[in-house]
Design a protein around this ligand. Sequence first.
Ligand code: RP5
Length: 168
Amino acid sequence: MKKVAIVMGSDSDMAVVKPAALMLRKLEIPFAVRIISAHRTPEAAASFARGAAGEGFGVLIAAAGKAAHLAGALAANSPLPVIGIPVKSSTLDGLDALLSTVQMPSGMPVATVAIDGAQNAAILAAQILALGDEALAGRVAALRAEQTRKVIEKDEQLQKNIENILEA
Ligand code: RP5
């Protein structure tokens, strides 16, 4: 199976990135987690992206905050689909990273998830890989069924407890 790379611009992004790694593990997708900065280690970012397809990666996830150019820098150097996670790490609450990640020029796409939306980045990566992997498609479908069931259960609980909640 193709691997997913989770690349973050700084070790300070780890708490945001962790749910993506946990979701990939839950879906039994092999992954690597790396710290590579578009600004502080630009050569390493380019070289990692150039080699990623050859090393068995199928999707690249890039998490970065502030003037977040990591996703774009990887996309510029790899034909693989790149998913950007804008990280809330500054005084601008992640809006800076969101705009830096999402506003890619035509011809160089980055699929951008919500600010700190690591779990969705992993699920989107899984959906991309699942196009060519029926077993993985089954696991993604099971994940959806699980979350559907959880919402229905919560609604059932709410219907039972609504009067108590309103009286509390
Ligand atoms: C970005 O700048 C990183 O992705 C991180 O979100 C932010 C701050 O990095 P540190 O100064 O904490 O290393 O490049």
